[in-house]
Design a protein around this ligand. Structure first.
Ligand code: ATP
Length: 297
């Protein structure tokens, strides 16, 4: 097949802790990662030589998502094609849907889908483990995106323990009209002075037991201490969701995306419509938790 399309799913963090700052400037994290049903589409077409990346990102200023070798799609394709000495070329067209610079691993999941697409296009036979080893060089969250589903992520994000699927629920996702740099958030986090740490181990146990309430009551993200202070709209959206039926609302990753967990479909729909009308966020989605390995792709 010389042309096909793959979905690249976004993630949220159900819990996010920063354990400590490492001497090399990286941070040791402990996070529960979860795939949600918001996705980018990557169209792969074989060509004679080289790697061409094109981007369709409606509503975003030109250049927000680079269409050159700075795109993680380009980096992943080049790395895998070089390793396997591929002489033919590929055109990868990205249709961007996932909020950008938002804490939803948009670039990382595109990179992960690129490994799958290049592997399939050229019948390289690279294993998932092999791809994960390469992927961490493109970004700490890329190995998780290669696997997808529910996972505990430790180290700098690359030490993964796969978990059973988290219990079903509805997820209201809102991205305010601001861009937050992950670097800024980590640089302004004082990991050693954090007053509280999320109970990530308790959340993992709750997931294994299929106990949604046990997950919800442990939702906490230490990066809120930085991003929420800098951007008050984040707290506003969280409060709005909780006043409109969410069991709990929290920021994902380094933000500014906020998500709210709902048990009830009707309440989730009401919350979605109210949030759209309130104009607090530029992008609003109503979705659910998914395991991409169980989806058609
Ligand atoms: P994370 O949750 O992993 O911190 P993020 O949601 O904060 O990710 P991304 O959406 O991945 O951030 O984008 C961060 C920056 O990376 C963008 O501003 C853009 O310049 C660059 N970038 C490179 N490749 C991509 C891509 N395929 N999609 C989006 N952004 C990309």
């Amino acid at each position: 097949m010389n042309q096909f399309t793959l979905k690249a799913y976004a993630k949220i963090n159900l819990g996010l802790d920063v354990v400590r700052r490492l001497p090399n400037g990286y941070h040791e994290v402990k996070m529960v990662m979860q795939t949600v049903g918001i996705y980018d589409e990557l169209n792969f077409t074989k060509k004679d030589s080289g790697i061409l990346v094109t981007v369709e990102a409606e509503g975003l200023p030109e250049g927000t998502v680079p269409a050159d070798e700075n795109n993680l799609i380009y980096k992943a394709a080049k790395q895998l094609m070089d390793k396997y000495h591929v002489t033919e070329g590929i055109h990868i067209h990205l249709r961007k849907n996932i909020p950008v610079a938002a804490g939803m691993a948009g670039g990382s999941t595109d990179a992960a889908a690129t490994y799958r697409g290049v592997n399939r296009m050229f019948n390289l036979g690279a294993t998932e483990e092999e791809i994960c080893e390469m992927a961490v060089k493109v970004g700490a969250d890329v190995p998780y995106c290669v696997k997808g589903g529910t996972a505990l992520s430790e180290g700098i994000g690359e030490v993964l323990t796969m978990l059973p699927d988290a219990p079903d629920c509805y997820v209201l996702v809102a991205k305010p009209d601001i861009f937050v740099s992950t670097k800024y958030v980590y640089e302004n986090l004082h990991a050693d002075t954090l007053k509280s740490h999320p109970d990530i181990d308790g959340m993992v146990t709750a997931i294994k037991e299929g106990n949604l309430d046990g997950v919800i009551c442990r939702m906490e993200n230490v990066l809120e201490t930085v991003t929420e202070k800098a951007y008050p709209v984040i707290a506003k959206i969280k409060n709005f969701m909780e006043e409109h039926g969410a069991e709990k609302a929290m920021m994902s990753g380094s933000g500014p995306t906020v998500f709210g967990i709902y048990k009830d479909a009707a309440k989730a729909k009401e919350g979605y419509e109210a949030l759209q009308a309130a104009g607090l966020a530029k992008q609003v989605f109503l979705t659910n938790l998914i395991n991409p390995k169980k989806e058609e792709n």
